[in-house]
Design a protein around this ligand. Structure first.
Ligand code: ADP
Ligand code: MG
Length: 578
């Protein structure tokens, strides 16, 4: 999404609003700084005029004036620098948290379309760019900008005609600045995107380091990373080139107008009208302008970077959140699930993954779903917690369309163990009682026992307080799955969904869990997706899915008896393998 400069400034200012008091103090500080700096020119005038006709009072006044001026300048600098940093840091903190919080509310489809590397770089790199614009740039703009204004005012007061001549070059400077700004912003966008690429490639290659090494793909990954970094290098140099060119050009323009000014000021007609003091003060004030103008033109790049970054951030903040218009907040549902002609496709241009599913699951029933990989089993169960919305048909729980429940309340009713287990780098206990602070240790242990995880947890040094490492690297695949099952049991929800939750377990542990699950499933509705048919023989009902449709259903015994049935064929196949 493209935003115009003004909309961005206004939105950024919105973040400054809560800290307007600090902002005001900073502005006052910079005003003091600008006024006392401008006084330097006035001092020159007094000095030169004083030399010509000295007196005792003047001798005392001048040194005091110098000390007073620098004292005021110091106070002004302190107030401005500190309070502006205060505003900028608070603002960035608020923006960063907003972006992160918003990402936690975005729909599943958003995450399908964006790599985590790019998203991470938004909250790290992009936000830092805004900080740069916030702290450095606003400081320079206010400090030097007010100084330039003060000097201009002083010049106008001393000799307005000369000043207007001096200012004749400002449109030229403006032109250079505006050209450079556009270029900066364009390049900054590219740099920020390339930073996303760098993060993305690095995080992929580093988290998957085993795959990279076993496939001998180090060279390939090095190449990929080199390319991403190379784009970044090239764009950064372009930016440096723009900055390195625009600053001297602006300087040169200022120098030219200064030269013209001196030449004009030294014309006999003008010299007669001014005291030597006034003349020196005028030239001093005009040459004092050079430094702030340089700082202002240098800071332009930083500002443009910040603007480009905030445009990306606001773009992300404007992504619509997960739709949550439901109002019902049931305490605990019974767990009857009905699907009526449910259709689903991952995108408008993608094939239908579910083609009219009809299903009625009784409260407390255990339904198993089998079928080839890619037949839509995981997709089907991901519709229940509303990770995605069906493109057709409707889903009801306890007779109410799931859209009418509030999202968090609905998800509270569902415990889901998926194919990919996610563990957090926290203790075992915290992982089982995820999202529940101050959980009762006895409940955690009971859940772990039911999931047959207690034995291995006890053997770990530290037991329930042991850390599991980044995404649980300290645990085996089977242990991770048992952790995930323990987490689901701990949640104690009326609907339990197990999506190939036992695929990484050995037959022995699986049998144990089987027994435990039968216990756990007793008064809840359970959907089990299983690869190994032996694990679902005792399900109340078995559904066979193929290419987004339910092609068979019945109990294990019923389905086996069916001649030429899909389930019978699957069973035959696995029986032979075993
Ligand atoms: P199963 O769990 O039965 O193996 P899935 O439900 O995971 O099958 O996948 C069904 C189909 O949907 C597959 O063809 C797969 O390519 C596609 N699919 C799965 N997830 C996504 C996604 N996030 N975006 C686009 N297509 C997807
Ligand atoms: Mg699946």
């Amino acid at each position: 999404m493209e935003y115009s400069g003004w909309t961005l400034y206004k939105r950024l200012l919105g973040y400054v609003k809560p800290f307007w008091k600090s902002f005001l103090v900073a502005v006052v500080g910079y005003a003091i700084y600008a006024a006392s700096s401008t006084a330097l020119a006035e001092m020159m005038k007094r000095l030169i005029d004083g030399i010509q006709n000295p007196d005792a009072a003047f001798r005392l006044f001048l040194p005091l004036f110098v000390v007073g001026m620098f004292g005021a300048r110091g106070v002004g600098t302190f107030l401005g620098t500190y309070f502006m940093s205060n505003v900028a840091r608070n603002m960035v903190h608020a923006l960063r948290c907003d972006v992160f919080n918003h990402m936690l509310r975005l729909p599943g489809r958003f995450f399908d379309n964006h790599s985590s590397g790019h998203l991470i770089s938004r909250v790290t790199y992009h936000v830092e760019q805004v900080t740069g614009a916030g702290t450095k740039a606003i400081t320079v703009i206010l400090q030097e900008g007010l100084f330039v204004l003060g000097l201009l005012g002083y010049l106008l007061w001393t000799n307005w005609m000369l000043t207007l001549l001096f200012m004749a070059v400002t449109p030229l400077i403006g032109g250079v600045v505006s050209y450079a700004s556009k270029r900066f912003r364009r390049i900054s966008k590219r740099i920020q995107r390339s930073m996303g690429d760098v993060t993305h490639v690095a995080s992929e290659a580093l988290t998957g380091y085993r795959v990279v090494r076993t496939h001998g793909a180090e060279k390939y990954e090095m190449g990929r990373f080199h390319d991403a970094s190379e784009v970044n290098r090239r764009q950064s140099l372009k930016e440096a080139l723009t900055k390195a060119t625009s600053t001297p050009v602006i300087q040169m323009l200022v120098a030219l107008s200064l030269a013209l000014l001196v030449w004009l000021a030294m014309s006999p007609a003008l010299m007669d009208n001014m005291t030597p003091g006034e003349f020196v003060a005028f030239i001093t004030a005009a040459s004092l302008m050079a430094k702030p103008i340089r700082s202002l033109s240098e800071i332009n790049g930083t500002i443009q970077k910040g603007i480009a970054a905030s445009s990306e951030l606001f773009g992300l903040l404007d992504e619509p959140e997960e739709r949550d218009t439901g109002t019902l907040m049931p305490e605990r549902l019974q767990g009857r699930i009905q699907l009526e002609q449910v259709r689903f496709a991952y995108g408008d241009d993608q094939p239908e993954v579910l083609k009219g599913i009809d299903l009625d699951v009784r409260k407390g029933e255990m339904v198993a779903i089998v079928g080839r990989s890619g037949s839509g089993k995981s997709t089907l169960v991901s519709l229940l917690p509303r990770f995605y919305r069906p493109t057709g048909g409707r889903i009801l729980i306890d007779g109410t369309p799931i859209e009418e429940y509030q999202l968090t309340a609905l998800r509270q009713q569902i415990a889901l163990v998926s194919q990919q287990v996610t563990l957090f780098n926290a203790t075992i206990a915290e992982n089982i009682a995820y999202g529940v602070p101050d959980a009762d240790p006895a409940d955690i242990e009971a859940a772990a026992r039911a999931a047959h995880a207690h034995e291995f947890i006890e053997r770990m040094p530290g037991g329930y307080q042991a850390l599991v490492g980044d995404n649980g690297v300290m645990l085996s695949g089977g242990q991770r799955q048992r952790m995930a099952i323990a987490r689901a049991i701990f949640k104690d929800a009326p609907i339990l969904i197990l999506d190939e939750a036992t695929s990484a377990l050995d037959t022995e542990s699986e049998r144990h869990i089987q027994a435990a699950l039968e216990e756990v499933c007793k008064d809840r509705t359970t959907l089990v997706i299983a690869h190994r048919l032996s694990t679902i023989e005792r399900a109340d009902r078995i559904l066979v899915m193929e290419q987004g449709e339910i092609i068979e259903q019945g109990s294990h015994a019923e389905l086996l008896e069916r001649d030429g049935g899909a389930y019978a064929a699957l069973h035959q196949l696995q029986f032979q393998e075993a």
